[in-house]
Design a protein around this ligand. Structure first.
Ligand SMILES: Cc1cc2nc3c(=O)[nH]c(=O)nc-3n(C[C@H](O)[C@H](O)[C@H](O)COP(=O)(O)O)c2cc1C
Length: 374
């Protein structure tokens, strides 16, 4: 059984558990000659790192990445570059407190994966949730940094990824105030600075009540050329949905108008076309989120994912034990009050991985990086 890999040509395999010595990933299929340093990867990992504000877990993991293979430098390469061989990345675990988890050794946290892991395997590393811990997502962020280096290698600065929280619990941003260049200025990665300030009180309140909040993440890829993706089983939107649904606590994904499209009439929903000044078709709306027939249109690719509230909370919840007795669970330890916040860099990384994979697949099949015509 191998269920730890994704991607076709840009293929990522992750390994490790939260309370083992280290976690890591292997990226196979990365083209040679891509400029890549550990500092580049580290910058993205720092965005996901725990302990950066009072709104995320207070675990102190430096998440320092080591490149173990696949990158080489000499006086002819102009800096470190990928060699085309597997890139192996490793991050050591340094801040584990296994005793925080003794309570859930035999009890199942409602809303977490304790019960299902036991149901499937009969044995589980309950310290930190083992493989079900979102510690695994650090690997995706590392792989996403490599994917972004590949996109830069292929397209220069043309493709830009933006990701942020557009909703916290029932509260949504005001789109008229949204400025994606400001997401790094607040602890929520929120493009609406007013909402970000209001959310501080909201999330403090949820934590004080011994609870947690869900969130809505939006990821947009601008500058993606038309033509990436494939019909039927290799659709760009289905690969994006798969990638986003694999993120821990992700319970819904939509592309473009998403669920709302079901409410539109055909007249409202059609993304009408005109010829733009540069001789490229121009769309008058983007209800399809930049994908038609599984292939990119050249518009912004827009994906949203619903992240459920953290299940590990301080309020007692009804559950059962491994031996079939009814019990109550209070989860102590250092948990994120809204896992959606640290999910933002993860979702951005998954978008990068899917795009790098599809760019390489498009080039492999058609010999092109962009559209066939125009
Ligand atoms: C970045 C991130 C951090 C997370 N941290 C926690 C956490 O501290 N405590 C917790 O109970 N769940 C956390 N989760 C969610 C669990 O990993 C997830 O709910 C669990 O694996 C069950 O899987 P499911 O919710 O996808 O069904 C986190 C998720 C993400 C994306």
């Amino acid at each position: 059984m191998s269920e730890n890999s994704f991607g076709t040509l840009f293929r990522v395999t992750t390994w490790g558990e939260s309370h083992g010595p280290a976690i890591g990933c292997v990226i196979d299929g990365c083209p040679p000659g891509v400029a890549l340093t550990a500092e580049q990867i580290q910058a993205d990992l720092d965005a996901r790192r725990p302990g950066t504000s009072r709104f995320v877990t207070q675990r102190q993991e430096p998440d320092a990445v080591k490149i173990l293979s696949g990158v080489f430098e000499d006086d002819r390469t102009g800096g470190p570059v990928t060699t085309g061989t597997p890139i192996s990345l490793m991050i050591e675990n340094v801040d584990q407190r296994s005793k925080d988890y003794s309570e859930i050794r035999d009890k199942y946290r409602p809303g977490h994966a304790d019960y299902t892991y036991d149901a499937k395997y009969g044995v589980r590393d309950y310290r930190g949730g083992g493989r079900s811990s979102a510690r695994e997502t650090a690997n995706r962020v590392a792989a996403g940094a490599v994917a972004q280096a590949v996109l830069h290698h292929l397209y220069g600065d043309v493709i830009r990824l933006d990701a942020g929280l557009v909703g916290l619990g029932p509260h949504e941003i005001d789109r008229t105030r949204a400025d994606w260049s400001t997401v790094g200025n607040n602890p929520f990665w929120c493009p609406d600075p007013v909402a970000a300030t209001e959310w501080e009180k909201v999330l403090d309140g949820a934590r004080k009540d011994g609870s947690s909040l869900g969130a809505l993440i939006e990821v947009t890829a601008r500058g993606v050329p038309a033509g990436l993706g494939a019909p039927v089983y290799g659709k760009l939107d289905s690969d994006l949905a798969m990638a986003m649904m694999t993120i821990n606590a992700s319970k819904g994904v939509e592309i473009g108008a998403g669920m709302e499209a079901a409410r539109f009439s055909g007249i409202e929903n059609a993304d009408e076309m005109r010829m733009g000044k540069d001789g490229q078709p121009e769309f008058l709306s983007n209800n399809n989120g930049g994908v038609l027939g599984g292939i990119s249109t050249g518009q912004d690719l827009v994906v949203r994912l619903a992240i459920k509230p953290t299940s590990s909370i301080l309020t007692s919840r009804k559950s059962v034990t491994r031996d079939g007795e009814e019990t109550e669970v209070v989860t102590k330890g250092r948990h994120d009050p809204c896992v959606g916040i640290r999910g933002v860099p993860v979702a951005k990384a998954m978008m990068a991985c899917v795009l790098a994979d599809h760019a390489l697949r498009h080039r492999a099949q058609t010999g092109r990086l962009g559209p066939h015509r125009f």
